[in-house]
Write a protein that binds this ligand. Structure first.
Ligand code: ADP
Ligand code: MG
Length: 344
């Protein structure tokens, strides 16, 4: 009898590792292949090239019942640019491929592209190609982003050193709460279509969910401050799971201080309304697209005055593992509850 292993018996990362384990890079120019936010390729010139790709599926990654197509176009570019930023690189080019059913009109796809164009202008990237197809059902988007970075500035997930400080940009948890608001109003609408959605007072969390920004600005601030992160990752799946990636790949542990996690007053308020803990939203929520990075302690003076960066912990010995130090001063092992493509 043939073996059959269910895909959801593996995590997303186990699956990727399993499938790619026997692909050995054949070119010396492949400086980093599978396993980071983007691949890094030597060009022979003064900069290396970084490449990343993301797939966005209707019904899995976005719901067109509450996602305006213009916002979707913007977000699709932003999330790819975010992975370029996570390498401490500058985004330059994107390719955009899509497949849509005849449910969509030209005007609808124009809206999608209008959002993409705004993002391309904002992030300084050129649309250089793609592919277009009809589909039996729904909408699928596939975007590839290419950027460049000076070899001495590239930040891998694996570069953190013992005692390095753990730093995050912006604030966390809002995108997840924005999704909760949208899902709630969708249920209300499904039950009673005549009721207008109640979205007033939720501007911040909705904007964070529907129109996230890639932190190209933070990469520039770091450059201005002459700080090169020792390791970096973008927060797409939640702080907890991204910290675990940094720890695993850097072969270290880390102490994260709950009290230091940046959470906006809006997140506090909306979390309470949903009977959720704001820290849990920040740890496990995902889709904030902020940057999580480590710096040498000697760089602390350079970033400490900046409103864009918050030190939330430090790297420890591997045996300690990734831990969260609660407000009550208890050390608890971090668990990754990041978004999992197969059993979400
Ligand atoms: P991110 O969340 O930063 O976009 P992912 O979790 O999607 O990163 O992917 C982790 C790593 O695995 C990346 O280096 C990505 O290129 C690689 N990867 C993901 N899916 C595949 C696949 N099907 N084949 C080869 N590599 C993959
Ligand atoms: Mg990433």
């Amino acid at each position: 009898m043939e073996n059959r292993t269910e895909l959801d018996s593996l995590g997303e990362f186990e699956l990727i590792n399993h499938l790619t384990q026997y692909f050995v890079p054949q070119h010396e120019t492949t400086l980093k292949g599978v396993g980071d936010d983007a691949a890094v390729l030597a060009t022979g010139g003064s900069t290396d090239q970084v490449v990343t790709t993301d797939l966005l599926l209707e019904g899995v990654h976005f719901d067109l019942m509450y996602t305006p197509l213009k916002h979707l176009g913007y977000k699709a570019i932003a999330v790819n640019v975010s992975d370029i930023c996570a390498m401490n690189a500058t985004p330059k080019y994107v390719t955009v491929s899509f497949a849509v059913s005849n449910r969509f009109s030209l005007e609808a796809i124009e809206e999608l592209y209008a959002g993409m164009q705004i993002a391309c202008e904002k992030y300084g990237v050129d649309l250089i190609g793609g592919d277009t197809s009809t589909a039996l059902h729904g909408m699928t988007l596939s975007i590839t982003a290419i950027g460049e970075v000076y070899p001495e500035k590239v930040s891998y997930r694996s570069g953190a050193k013992l005692n390095d400080l753990l730093v995050v940009t912006g604030d966390l948890g809002a995108a997840y709460l924005g999704l909760q608001v949208l899902e709630r109003e969708k249920e209300v609408y499904k039950a009673t279509p005549s009721i207008q959605p109640e979205l007033i007072g939720y501007d911040y969390v909705l904007q964070r969910q529907l129109k996230p920004e890639a932190r190209v600005d933070a990469i520039q601030f770091l450059d201005d401050l002459k700080v090169t992160p020792t390791a970096m990752i973008d927060i797409s799946d939640g702080l907890s799971s991204e910290i675990m990636h940094l720890c695993t790949q850097s072969e270290l542990g880390c102490d994260l201080y709950e009290a230091k996690i940046p959470v906006s007053p809006d997140v506090q308020r909306v979390a309470e309304e949903f009977h959720l803990d704001a820290t849990t939203c920040a740890l496990n929520g995902g889709e904030d697209y902020e940057l999580l990075f480590t710096i040498s302690q000697s760089d602390y003076e350079k970033i400490k005055g900046s409103p864009h960066f918050t030190v939330i912990g430090h790297m420890t010995e591997k045996v300690s593992g990734p831990r969260i130090i609660t407000r009550g001063n208890e050390a608890i092992a971090l668990r990754a509850q990041g978004w999992n493509a197969f059993n979400a």
